[in-house]
Design a binder for this molecule. Structure first.
Ligand code: ZN
Length: 326
């Protein structure tokens, strides 16, 4: 099965209000075996929505039930998606109304993910993750964290609890950063919750926590200017303040605390869901201003990744010649 995606899709380029979207397209080949494995998770969306770690009014919407989730190998990226950082997962459409009425589609780009894991995430963990925790950096955990980030975009609310506007309108220029924060932290929470429900098979949640931590270092190298970058920094400093990880000054590595990162994940999820439901622009702005940038100590650690020669992103060799059809 060949999938073709095209259109004006993401608003990352519009740094004024985040309304205008840029054109891009993908050509993908469906991975049927992996897609089947993922199919079962769509059925859990309504249950996950009900179980969200927040007060009832902040989860009082029904997520689209026919959301489908599939895995692909990408053979061509063009336009906005091939201009800077390379996306490894897509969740479309972005429009809340269409999502609520029709559900959404999640596309996981597995070959791009595997390349980033092997060439970037593992080498980063060898520099910045405490030695005894490096064994927890696993591709399956990376795949799950990324996959459930996309699932989590479908959780929470599309409209504020007083129904006066959409969350997007209420949070204006802060919306994208807060929405990405939600997807990141609730994505991790989905894995945790499904594991608690016994739906994840043999799993060590510590793998997901440590891989998630290594993932923050990978993502934040793209800078804190983008919505994803700000979301990463807010979470990093929230984790630091709540003791989810500690930096070992002698080795310059980071160590995750299992119990504390779990608590931190739950309280940050609740906070973000509340900001969205209240359409609380003030608190959203304040969080971005206080935490949405890279402080000096972290910058020095990021420089060590650069000095180790670890690439920031993958670059595609693509086209008819590579495919041997020219
Ligand atoms: Zn996202």
């Amino acid at each position: 099965t060949i999938e073709f995606i095209v259109g004006p899709i993401e608003n990352y380029e519009d740094q004024l209000y985040g309304y205008k979207t840029a054109h891009e397209s993908f050509i993908l080949i469906k991975d049927k075996a992996w897609s089947e494995k993922l199919e079962k998770y769509a059925a859990f969306l309504p249950g996950l929505q009900k179980a969200l770690p927040c007060e009832p009014p902040y989860k009082n919407e029904t997520p689209g039930v026919d959301s489908d989730m599939n895995v692909y190998d990408a053979i061509y990226y063009a336009g906005d998606c091939n201009a800077g950082s390379k996306t490894i997962a897509i969740n479309l459409p972005n429009d809340e109304q269409v999502r609520e009425d029709k559900g959404s589609r999640k596309l996981q780009l597995k070959n791009s993910m595997q390349a980033k894991f092997d060439k970037i995430l593992v080498p980063i963990s060898e520099v910045l993750i405490a030695e005894e925790q490096r064994k927890h950096v696993k591709f399956d955990a990376f795949f799950e964290n990324t996959m459930f980030h996309e699932v989590a975009h479908g959780l929470g609310l599309g409209n504020t609890i007083d129904k006066s506007s959409t969350v997007r309108e209420a949070l204006k220029d802060a919306y994208t950063s807060i929405e990405e924060s939600k997807a990141d932290i609730l994505g991790l929470w989905c894995v945790y919750q499904l594991n608690e429900m016994g739906e994840m098979g043999e799993k060590e949640m510590m793998d997901n926590f440590v891989t998630f931590m290594a993932g923050i270092f990978r993502s934040v190298r793209f800078g804190a200017a983008s919505a994803h970058g700000k979301a990463n920094m807010m979470r990093f400093y929230y984790f630091q303040e709540t003791g989810a990880f500690e930096r070992d000054a002698t080795t310059g590595t980071y160590r995750v605390n299992f119990e504390k990162i779990k608590e931190s994940m739950l309280s940050l999820s609740e906070l973000v869901l509340k900001i969205q439901g209240d359409g609380d622009y003030e608190t959203a702005r304040k969080m971005i201003e206080e935490k949405g940038f890279i402080r000096e100590e972290l910058q020095k650690d990021l420089n060590r990744i650069g000095e180790a020669g670890i690439p920031r992103d993958i670059v595609f060799e693509q086209g008819a010649e590579i495919l041997g059809i020219k």
